[in-house]
Design a protein around this ligand. Structure first.
Ligand code: FPP
Ligand code: MG
Ligand code: MG
Length: 395
């Protein structure tokens, strides 16, 4: 037992929903071109952590009994109503056509039919539930995340991912990039088929943010006396903004989308967003810390990669306060002989890693506080426990 009561078994809570995830994604991905089929499905063969879908599903459950704002269209005006769960789940099961994604005609299925795999599952213990649309959202988000990894591995010239040869290493850069594009396109079709404009807008913004984050990182080295060269932000603020764009945007806007699909009130949608944003920031801070502390075999991807890529992450930026000589190395992106080793040594000697951990911890705390606005449920407890584990993760 932990301090917050018994440890919730997330497998028991949402395992059935997650089990279908990989299969459903494969169904969304089929291509007539055998090589494209192989490349776009490649990263799904490894056992991913599926942390994003897991969070989306838990948010779905945890918000399912919270206040709702349901807009029902009545003669061209919107009316706010309080809908009982039984009707709500009917209302919010959108069309999830089973028809081939290569068929570009509008789906012909009637509005409330569902794909056989999808039924609204109710947790008998506390009556929380997950809607089919929320499960589909998890699949869409995992596809977008995987697309970004395909592109990221090309940009980073990574040879390894999830303990497998990277896609670029196996198939070459051209196919890896196109495979990622294909994943994005299929995710977009599935997103359109949720028939929810707010969610379409949120998730499309995520895709833009991923690219923006990656661009900010390309220019990461543009530092001048502790300020980013654009002048408006400190280097640290710039780093945090980049971290939001490349990691936390996806998790925060997915959490909000999950609540939106459940018909949650604005307040509840904000809670979901705040939770996602803070756990996302903590998650990336820990990732940047692990790059210094974990071997590549444990990590499943190249460790010590950031310095070699010229990137100054939180541990380095904190260490810079203690060792001003790091400044010139950061400015030249660690590109001279011996820079990486020198910076590495200073970071390990400094409080940088401990400070990064503390910052991550404060974001975990904010994530947990946000949840206090939701009614108690097993899913809420699971979300709290998941947040507590972010700091302990090794991969
Ligand atoms: C992993 O970061 C990469 C990301 C979180 C986002 C990458 C985004 C793009 C390449 C922009 C294109 C986006 C799409 C949607 C196609 P990392 O390199 O720090 O982590 P790693 O150690 O897992 O490689
Ligand atoms: Mg990378
Ligand atoms: Mg990268």
């Amino acid at each position: 037992e932990k301090k917050g009561g018994p440890v919730i078994n997330t497998q028991q809570l949402v395992g059935d929903d997650l089990k279908d995830l990989k299969n459903n994604i494969r169904n969304l991905l089929g291509s007539g071109h055998p090589m494209l089929d192989t490349v776009s499905k490649y990263y799904f063969q490894a056992d991913g952590k599926h942390i994003r879908p897991l969070i989306i599903l838990l948010i779905a459950q945890a918000t399912s009994l919270a206040p709702k704002k349901v807009h029902v269209k009545v003669k061209d005006s919107y009316e706010e109503i309080d809908t009982p769960i039984s009707e709500l789940s009917n209302f919010f099961i959108p069309t999830l056509p089973t028809q081939d994604v290569n068929d570009h005609r509008a789906p012909s299925t009637s509005p409330n039919t569902v794909n056989a795999i999808y039924t609204a599952r109710v947790n008998e213990a506390d009556q929380t539930f997950i809607l089919p649309s929320q499960r589909r959202l998890g699949e869409i988000v995992e596809m977008i995340h995987t697309a970004s990894l395909l592109h990221d591995d090309v940009i980073d010239m990574a040879d390894k991912r999830r303990n497998l040869l990277s896609a670029n290493e196996s198939f070459g850069n051209k196919m890896a990039v196109l495979g990622g594009d294909f994943l994005l396109a299929r995710a977009s079709i599935a997103l359109a088929r949720l028939r929810n404009h707010e969610v379409t807008e949120l998730i499309s913004t995520v895709i833009a943010n991923l690219v923006e984050g990656e661009f900010m990182q390309l220019r990461n080295g543009q530092v001048e006396n502790g300020r980013s060269r654009s002048g408006t932000m400190t280097t640290f603020e710039y780093y945090m903004e980049k971290t939001y764009m490349k990691t936390a945007s996806l998790i925060s806007k997915s959490c909000r989308s999950s609540a939106v699909l459940g018909g949650a009130s604005d307040e509840v949608c904000d809670i979901a967003y705040t939770y996602g944003k803070n756990i996302g920031l903590a998650f990336q801070l820990v990732d940047d810390m692990l790059d210094f502390t974990v071997s590549s075999d444990e990590f499943g991807k190249p460790a010590g990669a950031d310095l070699k890529l010229g990137l100054a992450t939180a541990p380095v930026l904190f260490a810079w306060e203690e060792y001003p000589e790091l400044g010139k190395l950061i400015k030249r992106n660690f590109d001279q002989q011996g820079d990486v080793e020198l910076a590495w040594g200073l970071v390990l000697k400094s409080q940088g890693l401990a400070q990064t951990r503390m910052l991550a911890q404060s974001h975990c705390q904010k994530a947990i506080s946000a949840l206090s606005g939701l009614p108690d449920s097993q899913a809420k407890t699971a979300l709290i426990q998941l947040t507590e584990k972010v700091l302990d993760r090794k991969k």
